[in-house]
Write a protein that binds this ligand. Sequence first.
Ligand SMILES: [Fe+2]
Ligand SMILES: [Fe+2]
Length: 173
Amino acid sequence: MKTWICEICGDAYIGEGKPTSCPFCGARHAFIKEGNVAHPVVEVKEALSELTVKNLQETLQLELEANAIYLCMAGKTDSYEIMKMYKRLAKVEMEHAIICTKIMQIPMPETQTKECSDDDIANFQKTLQLEDHAANLYAEFAKTSVEKHVKIMFTALNQVETDHITLIKNYLQ
Ligand SMILES: [Fe+2]
Ligand SMILES: [Fe+2]
């Protein structure tokens, strides 16, 4: 058994081998390192450019909104699997919000509540919209960020939201 550490959220995973993605923030395999060599981006305490702070604030709001919407969707479905899937997505998006607050070294804002549909298919469509918007935004933020750790963080988050799109598309088939 070993301790593996995610270089994005900084959380530890204990297991024989590293997981295919971080169980907490969803970062892909490549971002999970052996504990003694990991340098998580949330531990970098550097001054941030004005643009990065603006981008991180926008990301924080999107992630908190996604968390609230997914909790609503978890409460509306009749399927145990879909309820658990949305609860997991909500936790992953909250982890992304936490990553933003740690990089900016600010407290977590108030959590929100959001409305959603009673219909699973409508909720899947809404989820695809949200994830697609986030993935595109993070791809742009990854390109324009000047700080190396912020660039790495947005690259990882872009992949996580892209993986969420794949997950939801499987339900729509
Ligand atoms: Fe992680
Ligand atoms: Fe996210």
